[in-house]
Write a protein that binds this ligand. Structure first.
Ligand SMILES: NC(=O)c1ccc[n+]([C@@H]2O[C@H](COP(=O)([O-])OP(=O)(O)OC[C@H]3O[C@@H](n4cnc5c(N)ncnc54)[C@H](OP(=O)(O)O)[C@@H]3O)[C@@H](O)[C@H]2O)c1
Length: 352
């Protein structure tokens, strides 16, 4: 019932809806007037029609009638899955443009630049595997492989060295540090990280495992070799290296915890990370991806400790890879947040 209807029953119109000052004469008692309730004006919902075309061939794969305007891309993927059971939602990429970016699952149909007949393009991302499985496979490999070299299992070195141990204490320390690093990563994958993507293409696991497993074998072969020679500056060099390694491991863990705390459980929100009470996170003042900075520091420490060329090479390759990722993440932060702190660099303060 609107204000005007109310006022009409009292016989007085006011401009603001309040009754005007009434005359002194008392109004005769009146039976309450029964009125029909005002009709609620229903807003007509405009349903959408959605057609999904193959991004490569432009063939029509699916037509969805009467899609709610507030349907999300995730829901549209589920509807599409019903007609094409081989393409479960995680392997679908839905785009506005055949060569454009994939839309996010949480994007809402009516907020996209489409008419009431929306055309989307579909690409098959291939078989998917969960991120957790990927990380567990990637990190268990180096752990086990390194230990095989450390224990000198048969068929690696000459038979006379089978199951022998190195006489250099740095070799044992290096094994502890390497194992610690990967156990930490496994535990973080299981209990710390809150990933926003559930899956990744299955084929990536072969590439990633070749990288991690291959490098672990190459490094472990030389460090645990019976002819391995310890670092030139001896104990001093090893101690300094251990301090750098441990410092960076704690730093890396602190950043992972800080990133975890940015994201409420079950959500995919991405926020600007800021320093917390933990001093290891203060590096956020200068760097967008300090977990990569600390990761680099850990491997530099390990290189110094073992003084081994394959380790230095692994550190360099990891640094290049992490720099590429850090630059990408830094760019997304700048794009997404207008108030992003201007002093930050992607991975190395003031440099890179
Ligand atoms: N040695 C090497 O070659 C090498 C290479 C790469 C990584 N690593 C190690 O592996 C670790 C993990 O790598 P990563 O590439 O997955 O690191 P990352 O992208 O920094 O992500 C770490 C976790 O934090 C989340 N996260 C990142 N930024 C966030 C934000 N602004 N708000 C909320 N959550 C956020 C990520 O969620 P999302 O799922 O949304 O990304 C992910 O769960 C690295 O820190 C490093 O220690 C080593």
């Amino acid at each position: 019932m609107d204000a005007l209807a109310l006022e009409a029953t009292s016989g007085k119109k006011t401009t603001n809806g309040a009754a005007a000052a009434a005359p002194a004469a008392p109004a005769p008692a009146q039976a309450p007037v029964k009125r029909k309730p005002a009709k609620k004006t229903k807003k007509a919902v405009v349903f959408f029609e959605v057609e999904i075309l193959d991004a490569k061939t432009k063939d029509k794969l699916c037509f969805l009638d009467k899609v709610e305007p507030n349907a999300t891309i995730g829901e549209i993927k589920s509807m599409f899955h019903k007609s094409h059971p081989q393409w479960y939602p995680a392997r679908q990429s839905i785009r506005l443009d055949p060569k454009g970016k994939s839309l996010k699952d949480e994007d809402v149909l009516q907020h996209l630049p489409v008419g009431t007949t929306a055309t989307f393009y579909f690409r098959d991302l291939g078989a998917q595997i969960s991120w957790v499985t990927v990380f567990l496979t990637e990190y268990t490999g180096p752990l086990v492989i390194y230990l095989m070299f450390y224990f000198r299992v048969p068929f690696i070195y000459a038979p006379k060295y089978d199951f022998t141990t190195s006489k250099h204490w740095v070799v044992h320390l290096a094994c502890m540090c390497h194992s610690f690093h990967y156990v930490k990563r496994l535990l973080e994958t299981l209990f710390v990280h809150r990933f926003s993507h559930g899956t990744m293409p299955l084929r990536n696991i072969f590439k990633n495992c070749t990288y991690y497993w291959g490098f672990a074998a190459w490094m472990a072969y030389y460090i645990n070799h019976p002819l391995y020679t310890p670092p030139i500056y001896g104990e001093q060099q090893i101690r300094l290296a251990l301090i750098i390694f441990l410092f960076c491991q704690i730093g890396n863990f602190s950043i992972h915890v800080a990133l975890r705390n940015l994201r409420p459980p079950g959500s995919k929100t991405r926020k600007i990370p800021y320093p917390t009470k933990n001093p290891f996170t203060w590096i956020f003042l200068l760097v967008s991806c300090p977990n990569y900075t600390y990761e680099l520091g850990s491997w530099l420490g390990f290189t110094l400790m073992t003084q081994c060329l394959p380790v230095a090479f692994f550190t360099l390759v990891g640094f290049i890879q992490m720099t590429v990722w850090a630059k990408g993440k830094h760019r997304s932060y700048l794009k997404e947040f207008r108030d992003y702190p201007p002093l930050r660099s992607p991975i190395l303060p003031f440099i890179l």
